[in-house]
Ligand binder design. Sequence first.
Ligand code: ADP
Length: 191
Amino acid sequence: MVNFLIFGPPGSGKGTQSVKLAEKFRLVHLSTGDMLRAEISAGTDLGKKMSSIMAKGELVPDEVVIEMIAAKIDSTRGFAGFLFDGFPRTVDQTAALEKMLEARGMKIDCMLVLEVGHDELVKRLILRAEQSGRPDDKDPAVIENRIDVYRSKTEPIIDYCIKKGLYKPVDGVGSIDDIFVRLSDVMKEFV
Ligand code: ADP
């Protein structure tokens, strides 16, 4: 099993690239954002509790996503590994993921980081709002908050991964296909 994290600020293209990469490398794509949105559309109690936090662009509690991920890892069989998208998002989530993987004889093998500048991110998210209908894409103040939350709570994970030799930055500006090739070239070394 080979396990990848894909990182980058909101709007950096993690979701788009993850779907393509998971298919190419036979990985299970685990997106906590997608899982949470599925809870909201299914109208579950959890979804109801999380929707207002997500609409503000804040992070949902660590325990919620950690539990979701653990359940998915244990119910998945027959793949080459996992591609974690939007998780971990805090240093505590990272430690929890490492523990979870270690207990199952696995580890984080590589952290891909999509690099995109601030103005390009805002532009993409505003455009995406028109198609996705996501409430957290519609409001410019919420977009700014999500970028701030990424810088303050999620980016510290990068230093942690640099120290562990897992960090692989990738230029996230260009066509979807070009970025896919850049990411694939890095991932090929691990599979
Ligand atoms: P994006 O990367 O575009 O911000 P996501 O779909 O990954 O979007 O996440 C949307 C929202 O879901 C986040 O703003 C946050 O509220 C919540 N969320 C997703 N993953 C996590 C996580 N690992 N920890 C806490 N909150 C999360």
